[in-house]
Design a protein around this ligand. Sequence first.
Ligand code: ZN
Length: 297
Amino acid sequence: MQQHLAAARAAAGDDLRAYLVLGEVAAPTPGRQALTPSQLMALPAPPPGKPFDNLHFVGSRWVSAWAITTSDGIILVDAMDNDADAERITEAGMRQLGLDPARIRTLVISHGHGDHYGGAGHIIRRSGCRVVCSALDWTMMETGLEFDRPDWGRPPRRDVAVQDGDVIRLGDTNLDALITPGHTMGTITLLFDVRQGGRTHRAMLWGGTAFNFGRRADRIPRLQAYIDATARAREIAARQNVEVFLSNHNLYDEAVEKLARMQPGAPNPFIIGSNATQRALTVMHECARATMAAWSA
Ligand SMILES: [Zn+2]
């Protein structure tokens, strides 16, 4: 366990320390008091922002939502905790950035937990969009939520199901869907192009990061799936020269802090480069292996 945690710390360097919180499952820091989801949900919403010409942050402090503009409308990735937050944070943020929420054509649910689908009902009613999730997580949402909270909206009705390797298309934009199991068994990680000032960069939006499977009987195979998924994603990211590594919880990718740092003419803090992308996936992978060592001891 200690070897894997040391490998994670080495990979994190100074710039990716946020991901080391995953090591807390294997080796909790004495006295550390993390904010609870309720406390995080209650924090004031950060301003929306535009890290790239075709990518917009419209989430809360706790959970991110990303709007991708295409030649034929908008793809929204994740739908907040509930209808009220989808309206107050995501829709309002889109309007502030000059986007019309009625132009959402596709809603991608990264995985079947309520902080990513809770406001789907509101988004669907406003826009009539299709909803995309993995077949596995549609089934989970229909047959047995593994987490639920009174302040989460209900799951949307099953619509489009994607599998590993499928492409989610809208207008001129392709999102490559990678199933990266672990956090849930049908977690979708997306690969797509982001553009800034005539330059294109490859981005990976990781669909589910934490090892919060509690004491469930299947936690060992799920953690193993996570270990395998991060190794596979690291190879794919290397092959595709992924330089932008995003999350659906900004605790990890520090999207809110990066947006606050963006300055016209200065380097874009979201372009971390292919080496840092590899290291981020290595931190996740090594923290998962440390956790496996702790759970198997
Ligand atoms: Zn989740």
